[in-house]
Design a protein around this ligand. Structure first.
Ligand SMILES: [Zn+2]
Length: 298
């Protein structure tokens, strides 16, 4: 098994360090941290998809104008999962499974680019996305991105599995046992982390459970940069539940009995750190977060 870390939705939001905690100047950097897992027997498995090719080519009205305006996505078709996989030498048909943390527009945009893949996700997320009840859900859930929803494979929260003290779906259909869904609701109703046992140890893609590394990895007294905190609060389905799950992740990363590398979707420092940790796919573009950010995360 090998994991590639890809940023399939780079953003340059106004606010600089108020958004990411490190960037000098007017604009910060946020990532859409997605994974490509090369499995031994089950082809390619994606974790989230970022923005899709059509989102990049014609963003409007596919994407919610308020969010996309606040975040200032860099609309570059070469940064989509579809094009990045081709550069890695894979065909879209090699993607057999996609495991979703949730269905927000910045995570689900590439679903339509891989129509043959089965989509694994938590059942409450499918319910909320189909209902699109209220302004927030109509902004975040964009049915035009999903393709055929008959390929969605929802899992109940009551599966009975456990992983390092968390409830977990420990056996996803037709996927190796090294890939688990870990329900972490709060950001959305059916939000989940994706745990993967790699040859180098466990990793947990925590999705949007938190937006900045300070919320989980920093010591006492550290806080999320205010711009990121405001966006996080604006997008929360249930903010107290989200904060409770952040506290559980803080306990996890401090537990010496639980050697798990935890990272979220939008923190650019964690993206660089995990790319280096995996030993591959260190960002090569000149406008990627600088190496100094990895040093900051160490
Ligand atoms: Zn997100």
């Amino acid at each position: 098994m090998r994991i590639h870390h890809l940023d399939c939705g780079p953003m340059r939001p106004p606010g600089g360090a108020l958004m990411d905690g490190v960037s000098p100047g007017l604009f910060g950097r946020l990532t859409c941290h997605c994974l490509v897992i090369e499995t031994d027997r089950d082809g390619l498995v994606l974790v989230d998809t970022g923005l899709g090719l059509r989102d990049m080519l014609r963003p409007w009205p596919r994407l919610p104008a308020l969010n996309a305006g606040l975040l200032r996505f860099r609309f570059d078709p070469d940064r989509t999962m579809l094009r990045r996989l081709k550069h890695l030498g894979h065909s879209p048909r090699d993607v057999r499974h996609i495991v979703m943390t949730h269905l927000d527009f910045d995570h689900a945009g590439g679903l339509v680019d891989f129509p043959a893949a089965r989509v694994h996700l938590m059942e409450p997320e499918t319910v909320a996305a189909r209902r699109r009840r209220g302004l927030l859900d109509r902004m975040r859930y964009r049915p035009v991105q999903w393709g055929d929803t008959h390929r969605w494979h929802p899992y109940s929260e009551r599966t009975g599995g456990r992983w390092f003290g968390f409830d977990a779906v420990v056996q996803l259909d037709n996927l190796p046992p090294e890939i688990l869904l870990v329900p972490l609701p709060g950001h959305t109703a059916g939000h989940a982390g994706v745990a993967i046992e790699t040859p180098r140890g466990w990793v947990l893609h925590a999705g949007d459970t938190y937006f900045n590394r300070a919320e989980v990895h920093a010591g006492e007294g550290a806080s999320c940069p205010p711009g990121a905190a405001a966006y996080e609060y604006m997008m929360a389905w249930n903010a107290p539940l989200g904060r409770a799950n952040q506290a559980r992740l803080r306990a996890l990363v401090r537990d010496p009995e639980a050697p798990v590398a935890v990272f979220c979707t939008h923190d650019p420092v964690e993206f660089v750190a995990m790319s280096i940790w995996s030993g591959r796919d260190v960002p090569q573009a000149a406008d990627e977060p600088a190496t100094a950010m990895a040093t900051d995360a160490a």
